[in-house]
Ligand binder design. Structure first.
Ligand code: ZN
Ligand code: ZN
Length: 480
């Protein structure tokens, strides 16, 4: 076999002895005239100026070489308050202030999604929101604030723009949505399902906010370390076909294009940049699974391997860059012709192109057939009475509603989201729901105790798709 590597994959060698620059006697390997302050790739020492020039060049060239961002483009930048997005905020500010031809010429607006519903008290959440918006505003940018729980609402909730008046106000939260969100999360039976559901819902909120604010383009702060972990964990979670959309520079979705301008930068490079620039990272609380999940295991594995073998992340990352899926082709067609794909071709939960139409000679079909014959309909097992919400309908009745499935108070705009369906209806509904989901979401939802707790928008999309399918079957014989 040929031993020449045409793609320049870096040889995996164990790191031995990081270069010690603490005594101040090591010179920069690039300019050789200043004392080194940063060590990259174990033995490459750089002075402050050479490192910052290298770092900002890597960021700007990622945007420049793509030729996707045009002067005057309005871009919504998703901000988590972590290291990567804080560096992105400062890199954008520096880029816009440049006077030379290197100047960035797009128009950024920032968006912070508050996740305190999952990990902290409401007052603590308010504090973090104020700190993040202050940081953005101090650099002269506008910042919108949304909350993770708003994904449970049927109609998209508009994010709040940070203004001077808003600063005086308390961060408002919708208790009803918070309650529904917590119920959904606690019904997840595994940490992997919880983490995956969190990721999908966060992406949904970001997309919804961008769409409702009229943005066509969005920046996210994913760096090459987080993307390498994602490449491996997404394959393990059954989302391999979605890799291009989740790790490439540009990810077209139904309404908003997502870009990742930090993707060429390693996490330790970002930390060096923040340290040298003396920038504070706020790190507001974000979701952390209580038990070990597939994603957390993968992260631990990749990070520990990276410590010993510095080529680990670049190798995974470059490999991920080359991966394309058959559904990517469909997305490209969708790009060129807006009518080529209908909403029925997208997953009702995560919005990815459906990857479940693989024909009979596929591993997926074999799994579906196996599940079909190994699972029985509920009445074949036993007719267990259903849990009812017990709330009295507006007309005074508490009887189940076999038509719509939702209890009366939910239909009347009440706060109850529990269903009054019998076991058989629930089984039918979960089958219908599964047909509207991609493979990855199907795997996650198997660990959800009650699919009736899913966001109202997802349930409405499933009902719509089901209705369309029934209509299509009815008129099938009349179609040419
Ligand atoms: Zn130098
Ligand atoms: Zn999905």
């Amino acid at each position: 076999m040929c031993s020449v590597d045409p793609d320049g994959v870096i040889e995996m060698t164990r790191a031995t002895g990081t270069l010690d620059i603490s005594k101040g006697d090591v010179m920069c390997r690039k300019c050789a005239s200043a004392v080194a302050e940063v060590v990259l790739r174990v033995r490459d020492a750089y002075c402050r100026d050479c490192f910052l020039a290298y770092f900002t060049h890597k960021f700007r060239s990622t945007i420049g070489k793509s030729k996707q961002i045009h002067p005057g483009d309005r871009i919504l930048v998703g901000l988590s308050g972590g290291a990567s997005s804080t560096a992105l905020l400062h890199l954008i500010r520096e880029g816009l202030q440049e006077s030379s031809h290197k100047k960035l010429r797009f128009d950024p607006v920032f968006l912070y999604v508050d996740e305190c519903v999952l990990c902290g008290s409401m007052d603590e959440g308010c504090d973090h929101v104020h700190k993040v918006v202050e940081q953005v505003a101090s650099l002269g940018f506008q910042c919108y604030v949304a909350a993770l729980e708003q994904v449970m609402a049927l109609q998209p909730v508009l994010p709040v723009l940070r203004t001077q008046e808003w600063k005086e106000m308390k961060h408002t939260v919708d208790e009803n949505l918070r309650k529904k969100f917590c119920e959904l999360f606690t019904s997840c039976k595994s940490a992997s399902a919880q983490q995956d559901l969190h990721d999908q819902l966060l992406q949904t909120v970001l997309r919804q906010c961008a769409h409702s604010l009229g943005f066509r383009k969005m920046f996210l702060g994913d760096n090459s370390t987080t993307l390498s972990v994602r490449i491996l964990s997404q394959v393990a979670l059954g989302r391999g076909s979605q890799l291009p959309a989740r790790v490439h520079f540009k990810a077209p979705s139904q309404s908003v294009e997502v870009y990742r301008p930090m993707r060429e930068l390693l996490e330790n490079e970002i930390l060096h940049y923040l340290n040298l620039q003396d920038i504070t990272v706020l790190r507001p609380p974000t979701f952390q699974p209580k038990n070990t999940s597939i994603a957390s295991c993968t992260e631990e594995f990749v990070r520990s391997l990276q410590n010993d073998f510095p080529a680990t992340i670049p190798t995974i990352f470059r490999t991920g860059d080359k991966l394309v899926s058959t559904t990517t082709q469909a997305e490209k067609e969708h790009d060129s012709s807006a009518d080529s794909l209908t909403s029925d071709d997208f997953c009702a939960l995560c919005g990815s192109t459906l990857d479940t139409e693989k024909g009979e000679a596929s591993a997926l079909h074999a799994t579906v057939v196996s599940q079909k014959y190994s699972s029985k309909r509920p009445q074949e097992i036993n007719a267990v009475p259903v849990q009812e919400c017990g709330k009295v309908k507006s007309d005074g009745e508490t009887s189940p509603d076999p038509g719509g499935g939702m209890c009366g108070c939910a239909k009347a705009g009440g706060d109850c989201s529990k269903t009054n369906m019998n076991v058989d209806q629930k089984w039918e509904m979960s089958k219908t729901l599964e047909q509207c989901l991609c493979y990855g979401c199907r795997v996650t939802l198997r660990d959800l105790a009650d699919t009736g707790l899913l966001p109202a928008k997802v349930q409405a999309t499933v009902a719509e798709q089901k209705q369309r399918k029934i209509m299509k079957e009815q008129i099938q014989d009349f179609l040419l």
